[in-house]
Design a binder for this molecule. Structure first.
Ligand SMILES: [Zn+2]
Length: 306
């Protein structure tokens, strides 16, 4: 009797395991690894319930300077799809791809997405790039993801990548992509309205991260606290900048959340203005999604320009 019961239990257990395993295999989510939280957020919009998404860079880490950990290598080793910023912002991602040696996501494979594909690049250097040019990006300014129109291109690239690795969910991804674009469109017209009164107005930031955002909303880049991209502010550069800001009556200083406040404090005091801080990443300053991020940028830029 006891033996029969045990045998029955074993059989039931085995059946359940097979069922559970079978179900989870059939419904297994696409394992997506993104290089930054912005790409991760957009991948979540498009992938919905059919994906799990992990970001290597954490909110408020300087994306130029990420030091990948061994756990990141294991993440990529089991990923079905990787999404990177490209344009040499996340060069460290190549080291991860090499170390993980996952053929599904290597450069050029079905599971590899360079989110910058199709983006109209700004500030591509002309002529020879030397060390004196600063921490220069040879393919142009890589901070294209702060322009919400470019988020559509990013979402398109991700949607195609997801459809490549999980073809039977193509319609689902396409629907989510369309919904994301619609939602973005609604916000873009609202954002355009919010910044409309400040067309052509000059703005200073810490790093040259706002080129695409500034172009999209018709503002004007006046300068940065960094003398060159990636080179920390120097007293001589800062005093020149203060002088020029005063001469040209520049009122808007916007500082990305990852940078120290010492120089922004000094410039604001000397010029007689208040500065605004914008979230560097999805996940900083209370933002949860890509749309939150741009919403915060628009609001803070508007406040700085008021
Ligand atoms: Zn940069």
């Amino acid at each position: 009797m006891m033996k029969t019961l045990i045998r029955c239990l074993v059989v039931i257990f085995a059946c359940c395991t097979v069922l559970a395993f079978g179900t989870s295999r059939a419904d297994a989510a696409v394992d997506v690894v993104a290089s930054t939280p912005e790409l991760a957020s957009i991948a979540k919009y498009v992938g919905g319930s059919k994906v799990t998404v992990y970001s290597i860079a954490k909110p408020d880490q300087d994306y130029h300077l990420i030091e990948p950990r061994p756990s990141d290598v294991s993440r990529i080793a089991k990923a079905d799809l990787v999404v990177r910023v490209g344009l040499d912002l996340d060069l460290w991602f190549d080291a991860l791809l090499n170390a993980a040696a996952n053929p599904k996501v290597r450069r050029g494979a079905a599971g590899y997405v360079d989110a910058s594909r199709g983006v109209d690049r700004l500030e591509v250097p002309k002529g020879k790039v030397t060390g004196a040019s600063g921490d220069i990006h040879i393919y142009g300014n890589p901070h294209y993801y702060y322009d919400p129109q470019n988020a559509k291109i990013i979402a398109r690239n991700i949607c195609e990548g997801l459809a490549r690795v999980s073809a039977r969910d193509r319609d689902y991804f396409e629907d989510n992509y369309k919904r994301f674009v619609d939602e973005l469109e609604q916000h873009i017209s609202k954002w355009q309205q919010r910044l409309k009164p400040y067309k052509g107005k000059p703005v200073v930031t810490y790093h040259r991260s706002a080129s695409y955002f500034i172009r999209r909303f018709g503002l004007r880049y006046f300068g940065q606290l960094e003398p060159k991209p990636g080179i920390p502010p120097s007293p001589s550069h800062i005093s020149q900048l203060i002088k020029h800001m005063k001469e040209e009556n520049v009122k808007a200083l916007v500082v990305e959340s990852i940078y120290p406040k010492r120089f922004p404090d000094l410039v604001a005091r000397e010029v007689g203005i208040k500065y605004q801080v914008v979230p560097y990443s999805v996940g900083s300053m209370g933002t949860k999604t890509y749309i939150d991020l741009i919403d915060a940028w628009v609001e803070r830029f508007a406040k700085a320009l008021e």
